[in-house]
Design a protein around this ligand. Structure first.
Ligand code: NIG
Ligand code: FE
Length: 403
C-alpha cells in the first residue's frame, strides 16, 4: 500500500464505536487514517479525487477490539469440560490441581514455536470474525522464563498476523505447585523478578492479577500493583468472578484500566470504578461456560456511567470461545445489554480498557481499522450468530480480507 492509497465506501450505515449515524454515510481512508466520515450529500469531488471505490451499502464498524484473551496456551481441557458436566465445579477442579494448573503443565512443556503454531489458528479465527486489536495475557507459565516465553509468543503473533497485539503479564494467575504453602514468596517472585524482567525486554503493556479465593488475596494483588506502578505499567484485574473479595475497589485505587468478570461486584465496587474511570469488562463466554447464575451489575454500571467492554476471554478452561460476534449475542441474551452497548463494548470501550483510545472508533483522523459487514443494521451482528458476514476487514488502511 502506498502512503496515499485512498479507499471510498458509499452509502454505508456507520456504527462509529459509540453510536449509529442516522443517515447514509461515506467513508474515505487515506493511507493509514480515516480521512472523511460524512453524510453522502456532504461528499465533495475534491474528497474523492484519486480514491478507489471499495464498495457500497452494508454496515461499517471500527475493527473489533478483543480486550481480554488468554490465546497462548498448551494442551486443552476438554476432559475438565466433561468433569464439570458430571457435576464438578470450576473451583473444585482448580483445588484438585486441575484447571489453570493443568494448562500450566502443558504450557511449560511447549516450546515457543509450538505455542506460536497452536495459537495461530485461534488468533486467525478472531481476525476472520473482525478483530483488528487483541489483548493476549500470559499466566500459564508461572516461572520467569515461562511467562516471558508466553509474552514473546504474543508479540510474535502480532508481527506475523495482520492484527494489533497488546500484551499483559498475568504472573499472579495461580499459585504454581512448587510454591505450595508459600504464596507470599511467589508474589515476591512476581514483583521482584517477573515484572522487572518483562519490563527489561519490553514484553508487557500492562499487568493483571487473579484476585479470588482460589488464586490471590486482595493484599497480595495490591503488592503486584505496587510493583507494576513502580515500573510504570498500567494494571487491570480478574476480580469478583466467583465471590466478592473487594479486589475491584482496591484495583480502582491503583487507577485500574479495567476490572474484568465482576459478576459479584457490589455497589461500593461500582462506585470505586466510576471514580477511577475504570472500564468494566464483561465476559459472557466464561459466564456461559461455567453456567454462572450471578449476573454482573449491569444496571448499576449503567447508572454510574462506567464504560462497559466485552471480550471473549478466549482460554482453554472457562471460555473456550474464539468468536467475538458470539459474545455480542451472549451479552445481549444473558446480560441484557442492548446491541448498541454490546458493539460499543467490543469497539470503543474495549480499546479504552487497553489504553488505546484512538482505536475502536471511526472518526476523521482515527487509524483506518474497520470492518464492512454484509448486514443492513448493526444490531444484526448481535442478533444472529452467523459466521461469514464479514465482507472486508481493513487494518492500518490496508484491506486484509475481501470476501
Ligand atoms: O479469565 N479467571 C481466571 N482466569 C481465566 C481462566 C483461565 C483458565 O481457566 O484457564 C478467566 O476465566
Ligand atoms: Fe481471563
Amino acid at each position: 500500500m502506498s502512503a496515499n492509497t485512498s479507499l471510498l465506501w458509499r452509502d454505508m450505515t456507520v456504527f462509529d464505536g459509540l453510536r449509529e449515524h442516522p443517515e447514509p454515510m461515506a467513508v474515505l481512508t487515506r493511507g493509514d487514517r480515516v480521512e472523511r466520515l460524512c453524510p453522502m450529500h456532504a461528499l465533495t469531488g475534491a474528497d474523492i479525487d484519486g480514491a478507489r471505490e471499495a464498495g457500497s451499502h452494508g454496515v461499517v464498524t471500527p475493527g473489533l477490539v478483543d480486550c481480554h484473551t488468554h490465546l497462548v496456551f498448551g494442551g486443552n481441557r476438554a476432559g475438565e469440560f466433561e468433569q464439570r458436566l458430571e457435576g464438578a465445579s470450576y473451583a473444585e477442579i482448580a483445588k484438585a490441581g486441575g484447571g489453570i494448573l493443568a494448562t500450566v503443565r502443558a504450557t511449560r512443556e511447549a516450546s515457543e514455536d509450538a505455542l506460536l503454531e497452536a495459537a495461530r489458528p485461534r488468533l486467525q479465527a478472531l481476525i476472520d470474525d473482525g478483530v483488528t486489536c487483541v489483548e493476549i495475557k500470559s499466566g500459564y507459565g508461572l516461572t520467569v522464563a515461562d511467562e516471558l516465553k508466553m509474552l514473546r509468543v504474543a508479540r510474535r503473533l502480532g508481527e506475523r498476523l495482520p492484527v494489533r497485539v497488546v500484551t499483559t503479564l498475568l504472573g499472579a494467575h495461580a499459585l504454581p505447585p512448587e510454591y505450595k504453602g508459600a504464596s507470599d514468596d511467589y508474589i515476591d517472585l512476581v514483583c521482584n523478578e517477573m515484572i522487572p524482567a518483562a519490563v527489561a525486554e519490553d514484553l508487557a503493556d500492562a499487568v493483571d492479577v487473579f484476585c479470588e479465593s482460589i488464586a490471590f488475596s486482595v493484599a497480595q494483588c495490591e503488592r503486584v500493583f505496587q510493583a507494576a506502578r513502580a515500573h510504570g505499567l498500567p494494571i487491570k484485574a480478574h476480580a469478583e468472578q466467583l465471590s466478592n473479595l473487594g479486589g475491584t475497589a482496591m484495583a480502582a485505587r491503583y487507577g485500574a484500566l479495567s476490572a474484568d468478570h465482576i459478576e459479584y461486584l457490589d455497589d461500593e465496587g461500582v462506585a470505586a470504578m466510576q471514580e477511577a474511570g475504570s472500564v468494566a469488562v464483561l465476559l459472557p463466554g466464561a459466564f456461559h461456560t461455567l453456567r454462572e447464575t450471578q449476573l454482573p451489575p449491569v444496571g448499576a454500571l449503567r447508572e454510574a456511567r462506567v464504560p462497559i467492554a466485552l471480550a471473549t476471554d478466549a482460554n482453554p478452561g472457562s471460555s473456550p470461545m474464539f468468536m467475538p460476534t458470539l459474545m455480542l449475542n451472549l451479552a445481549c441474551t444473558l446480560f441484557r445489554l442492548t446491541p448498541r452497548e454490546a458493539l460499543a463494548g467490543m469497539t470503543a470501550h474495549g480499546a479504552r480498557a487497553l489504553r488505546r483510545p484512538e482505536l475502536g472508533r471511526l472518526a476523521e483522523g482515527a487509524p483506518a481499522d474497520l470492518c464492512v459487514w454484509d448486514v443492513e443494521r448493526p444490531a444484526e451482528l448481535a442478533y444472529a450468530v452467523q459466521p461469514g458476514r464479514l465482507r472486508q476487514r481493513v487494518i492500518n488502511g490496508e484491506v486484509t480480507h475481501d470476501a
